[in-house]
Design a protein around this ligand. Structure first.
Ligand code: AMP
Ligand code: GLY
Length: 422
């Protein structure tokens, strides 16, 4: 089969690696890909937002299945465009992609279907939003409605910060049209957990949990990033939490998807805050996570192509998804300055010193290959992932090797996998 993966990050390199293991995959393309994907797939000079270009390529080459990595093409309707031309694609249509593309859409969905979530109000008018602060205690969470490249959620410790965030979104329009409305949301206390399901015609199949490290600094300090470390499974989720998620929350979401006609094939990535009252849904994403994919797929024993294919056929069952009991942990090497501005184009040294094995994987995020040399090409550059019996074993494998990789101004967190409840 001919498979096309769309995207250019660590998630897409991990997807390509796993797909390449499938005996049915005869040709693998990645658009546009990175320095890692070009070792196992053919990188294409087509950007992820060029839906027409991707469609043309898939038609011309007779691609059997397209797998969409990032959210933007999904929110822009890539799935509708492909299916209208009879092409098979793994990812939600534009309607269902609102579960990631609009915070308000998600909150209405959650409330209508009785899924536990934080209390909220929606506003378009800045004065009304400021007035609405009366209904919340501080800290309060201010969220621009649309997709804001991970920057649209502002946790405000006091009234001054909340008023500033409201004005920036609704008056200064710092997120443009994505901030045409906002929600004020109750601040939840607990720990976060990411839970993944593979959706097949609106039916949810549990696909394991992970714990993402979002902040750039050790001890969860500094600004939020796309994620700079991760492990799976999320050991903080106790059997009672997992039981509530699997037996109550996932079935309620599934019922909601079916009754609202959100019958998509793809991923539902559920972001939870696990509070003293139990798990509450913070957000949905409708795609695999980055870096969660880099820890989920090394643990997956089943054939990934088989899972994605059955999802798009509507025949996927939970028995088709088998994970090992091992733990996987990844630490991300980033360009100094990330998530702010940073230079790129630095040569990367030492990759050949990493002993790649069944238990240690090097995944490329922002790299490119030029003249037999890898160069940095993004904020998140490389992910070193270990598989092991437990978190400690994974941590020692990763941290014993990560210093071998060198590039100008590189940085990584040294506390990934240290459990801290706060
Ligand atoms: P989101 O994009 O909605 O996941 O928000 C990004 C991050 O903001 C989450 O991963 C949480 O760390 C934090 N966050 C979002 N909503 C809340 C909330 N209601 N209470 C506490 N933290 C939140
Ligand atoms: N790591 C969080 C995300 O992929 O959205």
């Amino acid at each position: 089969m001919k498979i096309l993966v769309i995207g250019s990050g660590g998630r897409e390199h991990a997807l390509c690696r796993k797909l390449a293991e499938s005996p049915s995959v005869k040709q693998l393309y990645c658009a546009p890909g990175n320095g890692g994907t070009q070792e196992i797939a053919e990188n294409l000079p087509i950007q992820t937002d060029d839906i027409q270009g991707l469609l043309q390529f898939a038609e011309d080459q007779g691609i059997d299945l397209t797998v969409v990595g990032p959210e933007l093409p999904l929110v822009h309707g890539i799935t509708d465009a492909f299916t209208a031309r009879g092409l098979r694609i793994f990812g939600p249509n534009q309607k269902a992609a609102q579960l990631e593309g609009s915070k308000h859409f998600t909150k209405v969905f959650l409330e209508e279907h009785g899924v536990p979530t934080a209390r909220y109000h929606r506003y378009e008018d800045p004065d009304e939003a400021i007035g609405g602060l009366e209904d919340f205690r501080f800290p309060v969470v201010v969220k621009a409605d649309g997709l804001c490249a991970g920057k649209g959620v502002i946790i405000c410790p006091d009234r001054g910060a909340a008023e500033k965030a409201i004005r920036e979104i609704l008056v200064d329009r710092v997120f443009g049209e994505e901030g045409r409305s906002l929600i004020l949301e109750e601040y939840l206390v607990g720990f976060e957990a990411s839970v993944f399901c593979i959706v097949s015609k609106g039916r949810l199949n549990f696909f394991e949990s992970a714990k993402d490290y979002k902040q750039i600094g050790e001890g969860d300090s500094g600004p939020n990033t796309g994620g700079v470390g991760c492990f799976s499974p999320n050991h903080l989720l106790k059997p009672n939490h997992l039981a509530q998620i699997r037996e109550e929350i996932i079935p309620s979401i599934e019922k909601g998807l079916l009754s609202d006609g959100l019958l998509y094939d793809g991923v539902l990535f559920i972001g939870f805050m696990v509070t003293e009252e139990g798990p509450k849904v913070l957000e949905f994403n409708v795609r695999f996570g980055d870096p969660e994919t880099q820890v989920l797929l090394p643990r997956l024993k089943s054939d990934l192509l088989d899972i994605l294919w059955k999802s798009t056929e509507g025949t996927l069952k939970e028995e088709d998804i088998v994970f090992s009991n091992q733990t996987a942990l990844t630490v991300i090497l980033v360009s100094g300055g990330y998530p702010g501005s940073y230079p790129t184009g630095y040569p990367i040294f030492g990759l050949q010193e990493i002993p790649q094995s069944e238990d240690l994987y090097l995944i490329h995020s922002g790299t490119k290959a030029e003249n037999d040399q890898y160069l940095t090409a993004g904020g998140r550059v490389l992910c070193l992932t270990a598989l092991g019996a437990n978190l400690e074993e994974c941590r020692s494998t990763v941290y014993a090797n990560i210093d071998k990789i060198r590039f100008e101004n590189s940085y990584f967190r040294k506390d990934i996998g240290e459990i801290r409840l706060h």
